[in-house]
Design a protein around this ligand. Structure first.
Ligand SMILES: Nc1nc2c(ncn2[C@@H]2O[C@H](COP(=O)(O)OP(=O)(O)OP(=O)(O)O)[C@@H](O)[C@H]2O)c(=O)[nH]1
Ligand SMILES: [Mg+2]
Length: 294
């Protein structure tokens, strides 16, 4: 039996969480078209007869503008130190720039072999893919270079096969049927956050945090879940609630469907919205929301 740890690293929006979900064929991590979606380290466990690979999805590496951002980047960079293989994801459909150079420089100092994953090639012609590969070959030494589409799944099973070659004999870290080590309350709060990311715009998606305050079976036998949505300003509270509560209702309906699918039973979901001014810069609030466990 072989086993090991693989980190997914890269800029925000590169497709790390999409790749994690694609490899595991399950929705472990939430995904959105807005950068800085992932805020914590997320473990996804892949097990077959010969290997157990523990994939660790991380927040996108960016220039932080508040304490939450610092925590996120810290989380990503520390994950790189302690893995057997690094997947360095790049959005191959956007031009190379300063932000990418920063991530590249950071990763170059890592001890683990780096797989350069040129993602989103479904957006490129074969000719363009060839050009991108050539330009990256000059930028550094990579153990492997894979053009792939995390979204469509192109080249993903090949990637996992090659990764196995880089792992050594080792123990099973998790039971064979485990897929993630996240507590169910965290997965639920993330699903709610995902709906808000989908349904709101501008600064709102980044200004929210979701916390499941209570989860218990009610007298009727239904699972009762109470969750609080934190925002930074009362204007954002207004947006989340919407006209006559329409937006909050929509968020709740979409989230409830996903939660019912996740836990396999009917759910009664109650959502609140609270203002916590500038919470992304307040250590205590960040800690209470789980953004401090490094
Ligand atoms: N066309 C295309 N889009 C993709 C692909 N992979 C991811 N995306 C899209 O890119 C966006 C970002 O994907 P995520 O998986 O959330 O990216 P991430 O790297 O986890 O982003 P952060 O969590 O913000 O660091 C989403 O809209 C995805 O649907 C791909 O292979 N092709
Ligand atoms: Mg992500």
């Amino acid at each position: 039996m072989k086993s090991g740890f693989v980190a997914m690293l890269g800029r925000p929006n590169a497709g790390k969480s999409t790749l994690l979900n694609q490899i595991l064929d399950r929705k472990i991590a939430i995904v959105s078209d807005k950068p800085q979606t992932t805020r914590n380290r997320i473990t996804g466990i892949y097990t077959d007869d010969e290997v157990q690979i523990v994939f660790v999805d991380t927040p996108g590496i960016h220039k932080p503008k508040h304490k939450l951002g610092e925590y996120m980047v810290d989380t990503a960079e520390k994950t790189a130190d302690d893995v057997d293989v690094i997947y360095y994801l790049v959005d191959a459909s956007v031009p190379f720039g300063k932000g990418e150079q920063y991530v590249l420089d950071q990763l170059k100092t890592s001890a683990a072999p780096i797989f350069l994953l040129l993602n989103k090639v479904d957006k490129l012609s074969p000719e363009e893919i060839g050009k991108v590969i050539l330009s990256w070959q000059e930028r550094g030494e990579f153990a492997e270079i894979f053009p792939l589409s995390a979204l469509k799944g192109d080249n993903v099973s090949e990637l996992v096969k090659v990764t196995e070659k880089y792992l050594e004999e080792g123990p099973m870290y998790y039971p064979p049927d485990a897929v993630t080590d996240q507590p169910v309350e965290i997965v639920i709060s993330e699903l709610i956050r995902e709906k808000i990311l989908e349904l709101t715009h501008d600064e709102v998606p980044h200004s929210i945090a979701v916390f499941v305050e209570n989860m218990e079976r009610s007298e009727t036998g239904k699972m009762q879940i109470d969750a609080c949505i934190y925002v930074e300003r009362s204007s954002q509270k207004g947006i989340i609630i919407g006209k006559n509560g329409a937006m909050l209702k929509k968020i709740g309906t979409f989230a409830r469907k996903d939660i019912e699918y996740l836990i396999g039973e009917k759910v009664n979901l109650k959502l609140w919205v609270k203002v916590r001014e500038d919470w992304r810069n307040k250590q205590q609030i960040l800690a209470n929301l789980g953004y401090n466990e490094l």
